[in-house]
Design a protein around this ligand. Sequence first.
Ligand code: EPZ
Length: 417
Amino acid sequence: MDKIRVVGGVALRGRVETSGAKNAALPAMAATLLTGDAVQLENLPRVRDILTTRDLLEKMGAEAEIREDGTGTFRAGEISSLEAPYELVKTMRASILVLGPLLGRFRKARVSLPGGCAIGARPVNIHLAGLEKMGAVCEVAHGYVEASTAGLTGAYIQMETVTVTGTENLMMAATLADGETVLDNAACEPEVVDLAAMLRAMGAHIEGDGTRTIRIRGVRRLRGCRHRIIPDRIEAGTFAVAGAITRGEVEVANCNPEHLKAVLTQLAQAGAEISIGKDGFRIRGRDPISSKNVTTYPYPAFPTDMQAQYMALMTQGDGIAIITETIFENRFLHALEMIRMGADITVEGRQALVRGGRPLTGAAVLASDLRASASLILAGLVAEGETVIDRVYHLDRGYYRIEDKMAQLGARIERIR
Ligand code: EPZ
């Protein structure tokens, strides 16, 4: 089991390039199931979840090749299995994203229920309710969803909670349904908009992506396309915090600052000096770091995937910051590890009260989920002494060689195999 070792005390300086967004690449790879034609994807991040999805597609009988340069060729010509098996899904809940495409094109699917994870129960009831409104029968038995349909038909779907993959699953299914589907209370994340752009390139009729109401008019079939995955706004935000927390100066390139507005605004309020470019930004960390409250909400507000990273920053704040997590019910596990590093954090349900001004000391800590592991690296960058983070397989699911990118910026960091 790999570990990451960080020795704190260095102000990061330099330029870092953002990779493709994991959470845009996953639905894009699922969307290749919607056609028998070849699909070319570019800017795929070589992270574990992407390789897991490639394995899943191959297991179904599709061709799925991902090259070193981040380009990939996919062709779901002859699908031999309509099943996403438990042993793959349990390592990556986003496998649920094959449900919509399989139902839309093959009218049948058997997908293992993703189950929960460290940050919450992660139900898929809204995915299933939407598919049933479109004429699917979804049976849940033995830990699997068995879904089938005589043919999906367009429907008006009011989604009770904003769900990113729920919106993506239903949008993909609706592209091949008979008639028009309206997704009300849809997610607006850039990853949803990127998927809609890819589906339109495949011949789908989609309007309203990026707003709370998406309209999809079904077509008989979709064709292949070439699509470039958007940059990872969460990786970019993670490096922004790295610059702020170490009081360094970091240029984050190859990203879309528009996708990070709430994060950059929050970091500026917390004292960082930020200048925005066309496809990147520069951040300079300064003293004092101001303690500012934040609440996570669906896009375009401050994202839950940046909450742990922001908490690390607030441990260095000049006062008290209240962090409210409204998306997931158990996303403060990183707080317990930061407390072991000397942070003063009180967790009460969905709120964490972070008293800044106490120096952190390096410690042996445990990663619990993808973004928590990144936040522990950030805390380690500013802690006195050595921090060793265990279970970094969480990190590898969503960050491609983060230690190399951090080392390029001057961090004293290494992977211990
Ligand atoms: C996506 O997860 C992301 N994953 C998550 O990123 C991200 O944290 C999350 O959206 C929120 O932005 C991918 O895109 C692969 P949700 P998703 O459905 O779609 C409830 C990371 O670190 N809900 O938007 O699974 C749910 O319990 C990951 O990369 C239902 O109740 O999240 C949660 O409280 C972590 N019923 C809320 O909605 C449903 O059917 C938002 O979840 C679906 C969701």
